[in-house]
Write a protein that binds this ligand. Structure first.
Ligand SMILES: [Zn+2]
Ligand SMILES: [Zn+2]
Length: 389
């Protein structure tokens, strides 16, 4: 029996501003952008941070599975949630239809999102103006607690607690419910209650986890964000099944996010830290979560010694061939066949034997699980890992 499947892709997971620091590459540096394809084919995009550009560049021309129209939900107008818009190539193609949803900001008035886009592209901030965007665009402004249907999916919006306002969204599909609640600070009793209603029984609850609980209590109080602990508390109270920690601080290295994730996993069963390239499928009967890392990420280098034969062309234009030892190998990841099935986003230690001048030596590598699939051999698991420091 096949079940209807919803596919949730993470294109940007970083809060506040993009990062290119190598210490943040594993979780990713693009600002918020998610994509949800519902079982009925409806395509939702949640937020338009810099991750939106990557989504646009993978926008296959012949993607028949995509519906007529794409539905783009913008939580609020802070830079990190809109800065991908001018770089979203499908907006320049007249064949595409977009329906935008956002809210009327009291600072901008009617047609707030349209104004935001026009201003982003006003001269001299961008080389072409808004009229260069040829795709069909419609704009709808949502209210608090508004509920409506798109295809076979039910959508609800609710206010979150954030400077200048922010909306949280709940999307109920036939494969399960996804709740997207980023940019929220706990502490407003009415909005805290409202968020719990939004997240009630969610299969996937994506929550702001920018700061540590101690930062949130002190130096970052009032900045409009949450910690992993708030997400865990809410997930427990409302019986959410899986919590996804989101909107990582630009100053949080991968190691710091690992620690945040480890803390949250001590208190709640099913937790993931949003990572760029991660895909979560809902409604599948087997393993519901898969995470992928983009292949273009910076490779890490490890000293190693492998015997090799090298052939090529010299500077003088002569062909050559020689036996040598490769001493510096770039390793990004590996696929390992195991009889155990490790936890997604957990660490593995791998020791490999490599030949050296006096016999063999051991190369120890730490890695991080990004993918788990059924192995080629019966009873085995193919485990995709990336190497970490
Ligand atoms: Zn943000
Ligand atoms: Zn914000």
């Amino acid at each position: 029996m096949t079940s209807p499947i919803a596919k949730l892709s993470f294109w940007g997971v970083r809060g506040s501003t993009p990062t290119v620091d190598p210490a943040t590459w594993r979780y990713g540096g693009n600002t918020p952008c998610l994509e949800l394809i519902a079982p009925d084919g409806t395509q939702f995009i949640l937020d338009c941070g810099t991750g939106l550009r990557t989504l646009g560049s993978r926008w296959g021309a012949a993607d028949e599975s995509r519906g007529q129209e794409t539905h783009i939900f913008v939580t609020h107008y802070h830079w990190d949630h809109i800065q991908g818009l001018p770089f979203f190539a499908p907006l320049y193609d007249e064949k595409n239809h977009f329906q935008f949803y956002s809210f009327r900001s009291k600072f901008l008035g009617k047609d707030s999102l349209r104004q935001v886009m026009e201003t982003q592209m006003a001269l001299p901030y961008f080389p072409v103006d808004f009229s260069a965007m040829n795709a069909k665009r419609k704009f709808r402004e949502l209210e608090d607690s508004e509920t409506f249907h798109i295809g076979k999916n039910k959508v609800t919006s609710r206010w979150l607690h954030h400077p200048q306002g922010c909306l949280g969204f709940r999307i109920e599909t036939s494969a399960g419910t996804v709740v997207y609640a980023t940019d929220n600070e706990p502490g407003d009793p009415d909005l805290d209650k409202s968020l719990r209603k939004l997240a009630e029984g969610a299969d996937i609850f994506i929550n702001d986890a920018q700061y540590s609980p101690s930062q949130l209590a002190t130096s970052r109080k009032g900045w409009g964000h949450s910690s992993w602990k708030d997400g865990v508390n809410i997930a427990r109270e409302v019986n959410a099944k899986t919590l996804v920690l989101f909107h990582h601080d630009p100053d949080s290295t991968d190691r710091m996010v690992d620690e945040i994730l480890a803390n949250a996993r001590e208190d709640f069963d099913s937790v993931f830290a949003a990572s760029e390239g991660m895909v979560i499928t809902l409604g599948a009967s087997n393993e519901p979560v898969q995470a992928h890392m983009a292949a273009s990420r910076t490779a890490l280098r490890r000293g190693a010694q492998f015997r090799a034969s090298v052939s090529g062309m010299t500077a003088e234009g002569r062909k050559f061939e020689e036996e040598t030892i490769v001493r510096d190998l770039s390793l990004q990841g590996a696929l390992i066949s195991l009889h155990h099935s490790p936890l997604m986003q957990s660490e593995l230690q791998v020791t490999m034997e490599t030949p050296s001048a006096d016999g063999t030596q051991e190369m120890r590598l730490r890695c991080y699980v990004v993918r788990i699939e059924e192995g080629a051999e019966k009873g085995s698991t193919a485990v995709g890992v990336v190497f970490t420091d």
